[in-house]
Write a protein that binds this ligand. Sequence first.
Ligand code: HEC
Length: 243
Amino acid sequence: MFKFHYRLERSAIGLVAFIILVASIGGFIEIAPLFTIDETVEKAEDMRVFTPLEVAGRNIYIREGCYACHSQMIRTLRDEVDRYGPYSLAVESQYDHPQLWGSKRTGPDLARLGNKYSDSWHTAHLYNPRDLVPQSKMPAYRWLLRDQLRTDDLGNQLAALRAVGVPYTDEQIANAARDAYGQANPDSAEAPGVAERYGEATNIRAFDGNQGPLTDMDALVAYLQMLGTLTDAAFTTETAEAE
Ligand code: HEC
């Protein structure tokens, strides 16, 4: 063995060839799983895309760094499934660009947060977490209720997501700003279009407690209330039943 290496080091070409061989074994092991990607990502016929308001909320989630303390991925471990619900499937992050799985949990996982609390709970909690959870370490995000949401760029945001594979229609892109307003203003003329374009199951409510002009709070709460509700796949696949 050592003799072999001793001789190999004396032949420059032989050494280079051997390095390439060994490095390509490592490379192949990393790349091989990608050949089965079509079978790895489950199919979910009921999977819907994010609404423009949810996209705006997602951008705020990224802007405020929520991912630094919260993960959005439930692992297959028993204690996680008991605490948070069925473990996350690849298809559930299919339209997440970039994905927000996170790598640290100072606070709890949020992958199945949708419908767990009321909108007013979220609004109050984000305004000051300690009003609801006295021992909370989470920062207060008071400006979310004050700041008006920018919506004129949402059409471009959807178009950018379409460029990386999210199946937005021309109609959804053209109506992005209108749909964002409608989703948080259930009594407005814009509201019915949201259900038409994104499905009856879409939440259409005054998320921050007030109808009228949109705030950052409307967008973020709409996003949080949607988490884990885009598809039932995790609750219906064989793997989930086996749990
Ligand atoms: C410094 C770390 C930290 C940051 C940053 C942070 N959180 Fe939290 N979060 C926590 C902790 C700790 C808890 C648990 C205590 C509580 O409920 O307040 C929590 C709880 C929550 C809960 C309740 C979850 C549940 O299932 O009970 C939600 C929702 C939440 N955070 C959303 C957010 C959002 C949205 C942001 C970004 C605007 C954010 N957090 C930023 C630490 C953080």
